[in-house]
Design a protein around this ligand. Structure first.
Ligand code: NAD
Length: 401
């Protein structure tokens, strides 16, 4: 059976590698460079091993393409394209629309279309299905289902196989076929009554994280103002065996899930006249952490950062990945520069970012740790500047939240 996966990024490539053990997978992506690298057996995604990719290519079970016609004659098409926000912070479904166009224009047999991209409830029923039909050259009826992706890039203990997967089809037949597909490489499939429940559950999962991160970030500020260690206080609270879940403070939230998905939920809530006050406020608190941190660093250094050389350590949005999307480091650097500091950054996992390269981990007046990769030596961080402010809680002996 041929399966086409539209979008070969974090989600699409990860699923492709699991699925290509059992199905012939065509990975369609509009980015020619990505496609060329993949066809040479080079993975650009953490957690997707290039050797495994090469093995799948050699076995004839995987190939990447930019050609819409290669999507034809698939039995299943999975959509795994970006769902960002527009400049006005509204849901941007243009990539999904473009994926629907690829399906509509290239598929003439009846297929199962599964959406894995994160979006608001109603996207499958009211946007994807009509969009594929709009672009279809024939009046063919497809089946539609949702199975939101929960992959956590860089994570080793949970993957496609052991992370429970939600799913629901627009029809019972679509649900059954979706189950059959994922059950080959996923141990625990959870069917919900409608696609809208699955779509909403995915958004709520990330909103839960966003709100709790904001809460602990606010609590870090309260603890500091009371002269308490936020970490010791959190560890103390965490001794309660029920009713508490520990989140740790940070410079903000990054990646393109937690800063984005809750806004999808807020947008649909407000369209329906329902409140989204926690979501909006959590977003503000998380975004404001960068200002709070820069202010703390300035206060500890005589009130002004003008002319100081400051090294931001770790610019990826989280440890052990090279992903810089929506990274909190961006706002921290922006605020430091607006205070007149001379800012460089060190992150050998990221390497190059915004036309700048990773600077050596040494010789600064001040270091601000935003992300601590496992590969970065704690002592080297402490020796990189006479004053080190750590936002991660991982550098013992540094100042911090
Ligand atoms: N990254 C995660 O950890 C994660 C986890 C769960 C859900 N998601 C969701 O999954 C979706 C995809 O995220 P991602 O992280 O894989 O994104 P990504 O940016 O890593 O990859 C998306 C890929 O899609 C390609 N693309 C864009 N438009 C296309 C089109 N019209 N046709 C074909 N390819 C196209 C891009 O070139 C890119 O390679 C998003 O909705 C995201 O919110 C992501």
């Amino acid at each position: 059976m041929k399966v086409c996966i539209i979008g070969q990024g974090y989600v699409g490539l990860t699923v492709s590698i699991f699925a290509s053990e059992f199905f012939e997978v065509v990975g369609f992506d509009t980015n020619e460079k990505v496609v060329n690298h993949l066809n040479q057996g080079t993975s650009h995604i953490e957690g997707v091993d290039s050797e495994l990719l090469k093995k799948r290519i050699r076995a004839g079970m995987y190939r990447a393409t930019t050609q819409g016609k290669d999507v034809g004659e698939s039995s299943i098409v999975v959509i795994a394209v970006p769902t960002p926000l527009t400049k006005n912070r509204k849901p941007d479904l243009s990539f999904i629309d473009s994926a629907c166009k690829t399906i509509g224009q290239n598929i003439s047999n009846s297929v199962l279309v599964i959406n894995e991209s994160t979006s608001f409830p109603g996207t499958l029923r009211n946007f994807i299905k009509p969009s594929v039909e709009k672009y279809s050259l024939t009046k063919i009826e497809h089946m539609y289902a949702i199975s939101p992706e929960r992959v956590d890039p860089g994570r080793r203990d949970f993957n496609q196989k052991n992370t429970p997967r939600l799913y629901s089809g627009l029809t019972p037949e679509a649900s059954a076929k979706t189950r059959e597909f994922y059950s080959k490489f996923c141990d625990n499939l959870v069917e919900v009554s409608t696609p809208e429940v699955a779509e909403a559950a995915k958004l709520f999962e990330n909103t839960f994280r966003q709100v709790n991160i904001a809460l602990v970030n606010e609590f870090a500020q309260i603890a500091h103002s009371l002269g308490l260690s936020v970490y010791e206080t959190l560890d103390a609270a965490n001794t309660k065996p029920y009713g508490f879940m520990k989140f740790t403070p940070s410079a903000g939230v990054g990646g393109h899930c937690i800063p984005v998905d809750p806004t999808y939920l807020a947008a649909v809530a407000e369209e329906h006249g329902a409140p989204a006050t926690f979501i909006r406020r959590a977003n503000e608190v998380n975004l404001d952490m960068s200002k709070y941190i820069v202010n703390r660093v300035a206060m500890d250094n005589g009130g002004s950062l003008k002319g100081k050389s400051i090294l931001v350590v770790g610019v990826a949005y989280k440890p052990n990945v090279a992903d810089v999307r929506e990274t909190a480091a961006e706002l921290v650097i922006e605020h430091l520069r607006s205070e007149g500091a001379v800012v460089s950054w060190h992150d050998e996992v990221v390497g190059n970012w915004k036309d700048e390269s990773s600077a050596p981990l040494e010789g600064a007046d001040i270091a601000v740790v935003v992300t601590k990769h496992d590969s970065v030596d704690e002592k080297k961080i402490l020796n990189s500047a006479p004053y080190v402010f750590d936002t991660t809680g991982k550098v013992k002996g540094a100042k911090g939240l």
